[in-house]
Ligand binder design. Structure first.
Ligand code: F6P
Length: 337
């Protein structure tokens, strides 16, 4: 088993469930350290019942994680194959997001036995209705909005909260709805800065003297109204955290004349203990993945379909990202003043 990509509350619950289910079968499990770096460098650790005791409520991953991708080096696939042979493994359970499961799907095509478990706080993986870690991230972001409300009200300010979400606005939309934000900006719908300011000004004209704006890190302005700071990318081609929030602070502050402050929630929403919902979802996915591995149902991924856990094709996870639908966007619009 390995955990790859950005960490996520609930990873340890998956690891624990896999180990416990394997124990029930009499199967052995080992963990590769730091995502795909583990099999590439043959860095392993024993995963006994003792090793997973007490980890259920812990954030992060006891196996470590990285963004190493075996397909970014010529010998990557061979090294993964060799690591599996060296430890006489029947197959591999890969727990990860877009990059990790993308590599897992390609490895399966190359003849490596793999089962996937979808993970991301961003909730944007295909093939599943929801990912674990999302509920925790929304909880953290909602608490941040609640806290920003009281200071916004005390100082007559516009408070901007930038949350994670490179390609999809799930965290912004759900925390914005739960926290009663006045403006929610998401990557699915480029925003017009003039309209955003006009909406805020209408609110002030109605006698309100503060406002909350929630923005996804990947949200972009339309028509080049403000520099496309959200489009700045890191070495992986991802929108940079802390780009759009502070830029909006400047623009909105200057245009409306209201004191404006931005908070970038950053990795706080990815750390710490998972909610009960995420612990349960992660546990159910881990059990299903281990059952599939035991039965030799390789090339599949454990997924939440409505309220049931089902195995789907691993390739489905990365075939298309799951973004907010027009209906999701309409709900938010209908609620905004
Ligand atoms: O896990 C996905 C994600 O949280 C994105 O929303 C964010 O852009 C990215 O991870 C940040 O990752 P890193 O830990 O590499 O800064």
């Amino acid at each position: 088993m390995l955990t790859g990509g950005g960490d996520c509350p609930g990873l340890n619950a998956v690891i624990r469930a896999v180990v416990r289910r394997a124990h029930g079968y009499g199967d052995g499990v080992i963990g590769f350290r730091d995502g795909w770096r583990g099999p590439i460098e043959n860095d392993v650790e024993a995963l006994t019942l003792e090793a997973v005791r007490g980890i259920l409520p812990q954030g992060g991953t006891i196996l470590g994680s990285s963004r190493t991708n075996p397909f970014k080096r010529d010998d990557g696939v061979d090294l993964v194959r060799r690591a599996l042979e060296a430890h006489s493994l029947d197959g591999l359970i890969a727990i990860g997001g877009e990059d990790t499961l993308g590599a897992a799907a390609k490895l399966f095509d190359a003849g490596v036995n793999v089962v996937g478990v979808p993970k991301t706080i961003d909730n944007d993986l295909g093939g599943t209705d929801m990912t674990f870690g999302f509920d925790t991230a929304v909880q953290v972001a909602t608490e941040a909005i609640d806290r920003l409300h009281t200071t916004a009200e005390s100082h007559n300010r516009i408070m901007i909260l930038e949350v994670m979400g490179r390609h999809a606005g799930w965290i912004a939309m759900h925390s914005g709805l739960a926290g009663g934000a006045d403006v929610i900006l998401v990557p699915e719908r480029p925003f017009d800065i003039d309209e955003v300011c006009a909406r805020l000004e209408r609110r002030f004209a109605r006698g309100r003297h503060f406002a909350i704006v929630v923005v996804s890190e990947g949200a972009l302005p339309s028509g080049g109204d403000i520099e496309a700071v959200g489009a700045q990318t890191d070495e992986f081609g991802h929108a940079r955290l802390g780009g759009i929030g502070p830029r909006l602070e400047q623009e909105i502050g200057q245009r409306t004349g209201y004191e404006t402050r931005a908070t970038v929630l950053g990795h706080i929403q990815r750390g710490g203990t998972p909610t009960a919902f995420d612990r349960v979802l992660a546990t159910r996915l881990g059990l299903a993945a281990m059952e599939a591995a035991h039965d030799g149902r390789w090339g599949t991924m454990a997924s939440l379909r409505s309220t049931r856990i089902e195995m789907v094709a691993l390739a489905d996870a990365v075939a298309q990202l799951r973004v907010l639908s027009d209906e999701d966007l309409r709900i938010a619009d209908a609620l905004l003043e």
